[in-house]
Design a protein around this ligand. Sequence first.
Ligand SMILES: [Cu+2]
Length: 143
Amino acid sequence: MLNHLKVKLSLLAILIPSIAFTADGISISKAYIKKPRPGVDVTAGFATIESDVNLKVISVSSKKFKNIELHSMKMNYGVMEMRKMIEPKLGPNSPLVLSPGNDHLMLFGLSKDLNTGQNLDLTFLFKDQEGNEITKNFEFNVR
Ligand SMILES: [Cu+2]
């Protein structure tokens, strides 16, 4: 039964290569960064992060960017406002969904030009309910 499940999971991993299954129950899909416009060193990133356990995102970092923040977007009197999200949560049945026009990653101070199609590692630091820190590197595709 378990073997059967494993075969199924690995088949799924082959069929859907954008989903990374990990032993710690944290997975990411649809991870990409928008290529900044020429001369601009700020851009946005998107992904869906799922977790089997309750986690908080403490920080996100990358060698290629000076600073990375998580932002929420809200309409306020007809104006779209971005706010820094403080330690957003995710857990079973409540993934962290970062998508265009909604919550997103904001990446500041790009150090080198990014090329379309290139993959970039972003390091996520999570904390679980017991206070244990979990560091994960996720690959983001530049589009
Ligand atoms: Cu933003």
